[in-house]
Design a protein around this ligand. Structure first.
Ligand code: AMP
Length: 289
């Protein structure tokens, strides 16, 4: 695996590979790699001749200084995992390589960026878009891979790609979960063993909520049920549970129309903030009968 921490040599390397006819798949990450990240890399390897992983903990997307300071980092272990999975190129720049002192650009995604994560993490998506746009310009990938676990991020990046005409294909990869349903996340590493046992409650709330929606229960009632579900766990706090249009993220109160819908949840286990989501598809008439 080739490792770069500077933009200029990486660009030159990838330009040569492109001239040789290689297709490039990009998997942007913040490191502390787990099976979710590795799945994205495996999909990229199947679909491209060269896979680039970036590892960069992007300060611009953190709205909470403690979260940035405590974000898990383990480059040596990550390099080992990347070699094991057969990643071709690692890009791991530092802050001075990615941001000039004069950086002033910000992004506004309108209604896509004001709900859910956007509401609770002001500035987050502007920071995500800024770093992803930089990574697209630096690596010029044919395809870029993102996890469905961060669904709103995926919707934001799709908008970015469409509006700024990035010449690439976006690929979404389904969420990889632990055996008890907890969505894999680098932040899970920071949970104590007691907290880890409780953390799958968010997944179970999503399952119950989906079942209730299919039985025509409205979100107001479902949110009350969710509050009851976390009541036995004093270390769990629910931040939001929302039903939304899967494409434009408009909030919905119940199922019934033709829009493809998604349930999104965010909450805390102790001081660790976790998110998750689940598609809600009504059973087809044949399935229901
Ligand atoms: P992160 O390092 O958390 O910024 O994540 C890097 C990429 O991996 C993003 O596109 C995430 O959506 C994706 N990702 C994170 N966790 C998972 C997971 N459990 N399953 C699938 N993709 C994931």
């Amino acid at each position: 695996m080739e490792i770069f921490d500077k933009i200029t040599p990486l660009k030159a390397f990838l330009a040569t590979k492109k001239r040789e006819g290689k297709s490039i798949g990009l998997v942007p990450t913040m490191g502390a790699l787990h099976k979710g990240h590795l799945t994205l890399l495996e999909v990229s390897k199947q679909e491209n001749t060269l896979t680039v992983c970036s590892i960069y903990v992007n300060p611009a997307q953190f709205n909470n200084q403690d979260d940035l300071t405590n974000y898990p980092r383990n480059l040596e272990k990550d390099i080992h995992l990347l070699k094991e999975v057969g990643c071709d190129v690692l890009f791991c720049p530092d802050n001075s390589e990615m941001y000039d002192a004069s950086s002033i650009i910000s992004f506004d995604f309108g209604s896509l960026g004001t709900v859910m994560e956007g509401m609770h993490r002001p500035g987050h998506f502007s920071g995500v878009a800024l770093v992803v746009a930089k990574l697209f310009n630096i690596t010029n990938p044919d395809k870029a891979y993102f996890g469905q676990k961060d669904w709103q991020q995926f919707a934001i990046i799709r908008q970015l790609v469409e509006e700024l005409k990035f010449p690439l294909t976006l690929r979404g990869v389904p969420t990889v979960r632990e055996a008890d349903g907890l969505a894999m996340s680098s932040r899970n590493q920071r949970l104590s063993s007691a907290q880890r046992k409780h953390a799958s409650v968010f997944y179970h709330i999503l399952l119950q909520a989906k079942e209730a929606l299919i039985n025509n229960v409205v979100m107001e009632e479902i949110k009350n049920q969710a509050t009851n579900s976390i009541a036995p766990y004093p270390d769990i706090k629910l931040e939001y549970l929302e039903l939304a249009d899967r494409v434009n993220l408009t909030p919905f109160n119940s199922v019934g129309g033709n829009n493809p819908l998604i349930l999104c949840i965010a909450g805390y286990v102790g001081t660790i903030r976790l998110i998750d989501n689940m598609f809600v598809d009504l059973p087809t008439k044949k399935e229901a009968s």
